[in-house]
Design a protein around this ligand. Structure first.
Ligand SMILES: Cc1cc2nc3c(=O)[nH]c(=O)nc-3n(C[C@H](O)[C@H](O)[C@H](O)COP(=O)(O)O)c2cc1C
Length: 217
C-alpha cells in the first residue's frame, strides 16, 4: 500500500476554534468537508489528543476558518504545532467573534463557518464532529490554500496528530556531502547555514536544535 496516495486527495487547510467560558482554543486541520447543503452541515476530523477536540466535546460548538495561500508559516506553527493547553494562540491576533461567541481571524482567511455540533462519531484516534452551520461569511477573495500548496510551495510538514500523517522512512547517510542548511523535522522550517547553534529554537514550532536534520548540497 502506497500511503502517498492520500496526498492526491484534494483538500484545504483550516483553523478550527472554539471557546469555553472566555477561554479561546484552536488548531489547524486539513479535514473539513461540506456534508449537506440543506440543512448546511460541515464535518471535521479532530484528533482526540488535540486540546481543541477536548474543548469542542464540552462546548458542542466550533468555528472553521478557510485559510488563504498568503498564510504565514508562523501562524501555522502556532496553530498546528503548539497546544492551546499551554498557550493562548489568539493572543496578539486580530479576531472577531461569531454568533456563537467563538473567535475567528479576519486575516489570512477567506471564509468562516459558525457551527453547532449535531453529532459526534468516534473513529478511533479522531472524533468526527458534524456541525450545523448557524452562520457563515465570505471574508475575502484571496485563493484558498490547498494541502498540496502547503507541501509543495510552503514546504510545510504534517505533525503526527494530523489525520494525514505518514511516518518518515529513515534518511540516508550522506557523509561525503556539504551541509548547507538545517531543516526542522517537526514543521519544515529551514535554517540557512552550515552550523546550527546548539541553543537554536525553531521560530515556527519552538522545538530545540535536536529536532533539526542537515540539508546537503
Ligand atoms: C498541515 C497540518 C494539518 C493538520 N491536520 C490536522 C487534522 O486534520 N486533524 C487534527 O486533529 N489535527 C491536525 N493537525 C495537528 C494539530 O493542528 C496540532 O496537533 C495542534 O498542535 C493541536 O493544537 P491544540 O492542542 O491546541 O488543539 C494538523 C497540523 C498541521 C500543521
Amino acid at each position: 500500500m502506497d500511503s502517498k496516495a492520500f496526498f492526491r486527495l484534494s483538500c484545504g487547510l483550516y483553523i478550527i476554534s472554539t471557546s469555553d467560558d472566555g477561554r479561546d482554543v484552536g488548531c489547524i486541520i486539513n479535514t473539513t468537508t461540506q456534508v449537506t447543503s440543506s440543512p448546511s452541515q460541515l464535518m471535521v476530523a479532530v484528533n482526540k489528543e488535540n486540546y481543541t477536540s477536548k474543548v469542542i466535546l464540552k462546548t458542542k460548538k466550533f468555528d472553521v476558518m478557510s485559510l488563504t495561500e498568503d498564510v504565514p508559516m508562523e501562524l501555522i506553527g502556532v496553530f498546528g504545532f503548539q497546544s492551546s493547553e499551554t498557550i493562548n494562540k489568539f493572543e496578539n491576533l486580530e479576531v472577531e467573534r461569531d454568533c456563537l461567541d467563538i473567535p475567528y481571524l479576519k486575516q489570512h482567511c477567506n471564509a468562516h463557518f459558525a457551527c453547532q455540533v449535531q453529532e459526534i462519531i468516534d473513529v478511533g484516534t479522531h472524533y468526527l464532529f458534524i456541525g450545523l452551520v448557524k452562520d457563515c461569511a465570505v471574508l475575502g477573495d484571496a485563493p484558498s490554500i490547498t494541502y498540496d500548496y502547503y507541501h509543495k510551495v510552503k514546504k510545510g510538514l504534517t505533525p503526527p496528530k494530523a489525520s494525514s500523517y505518514i511516518a518518515p522512512s529513515s534518511s540516508e547517510k550522506k557523509e561525503e556531502q556539504t551541509v548547507t542548511a538545517w531543516r526542522c523535522r517537526i514543521c519544515g522550517y529551514i535554517y540557512e547555514g552550515e552550523t546550527l547553534p546548539d541553543d537554536f529554537t525553531c521560530p515556527i514550532c519552538k522545538k530545540s536544535a535536536d529536532y533539526f536534520d542537515p540539508v546537503y548540497q
